[in-house]
Write a protein that binds this ligand. Sequence first.
Ligand SMILES: [Zn+2]
Ligand SMILES: [Zn+2]
Length: 288
Amino acid sequence: MGAGLALGAQEWGGPVVDIHLHPKQTAGAGFAHNDGMGATKAVLLTNLRMAEQAKAEIALRPDRFIWFASADPSQPGNMEALGKALDGGARGIGEMKNHTAADAKDMRRLYDLCAERKVPVLIHFQETSPFTKEEGWNTGFAQFDKVLKAHKKTTFIGHANFFWASISTDVAREAEYPTGPVKKGGVTDRWLSEYPNLYGDMSANSGNNALSRDAEFAREFIKRHQNKLMFGSDCSCRDGRGAGSGALLPRLKNKCVGRDTLGLLKELTTPDVFRKVTWTNAAKLLAL
Ligand SMILES: [Zn+2]
Ligand SMILES: [Zn+2]
């Protein structure tokens, strides 16, 4: 463990926290991924169905993980279960990923719970799913400023396709991974400036795409929101180096999404800002 920490700290010039890792089937597999990627800590985003796997992973290396809890708030008993998870040590709520509107009544109850318990909520925003033909997840992002205003005491962490596509004004509802230059003034960019309670999770193909589609824009975007952006992997590869990677973006084929995003962040930022987005911002928000 000690050697892993030293290696991670060495590789990226300091500690790195991954704010978007899901529990894997076997205990130790999450650590293997993140240690290989050069991260020192991770937030295990745990659907309560995977609570046992998360517990087993954390038990092996309690100093390397914290966890968030999630469950569909529209289902009976789930709101209580989430409250209990927070009592039991969960440090946030997420990843929220249900076929519902982001401003649905049950979601708003959940945002109130987060405010009351002073924990952030991490949300997957995706309007449509051309691949799986499913409905979208937490839809209606274009009007999410109403929620940000109505729930000022709730801290929101945005993530996924539509959140990141919306750095540009010309976002299409079915946008998955838009390419080419960003048209300035997108709502994600504006709201990160306007609302102190909105943060950005840079994980997954979508976060990586937002950084790689227009480097010139990305450089300024990260500088503008250097206190609001947080690194995450959301990667399914095994070793933090791309083995078994199912990454969707062509540029990430056979690569570790998290490792590649760390590389992009390094290229696009000064060492000071890199430290903020890979460690300090999350460390502050989650009191690591
Ligand atoms: Zn997601
Ligand atoms: Zn990976």
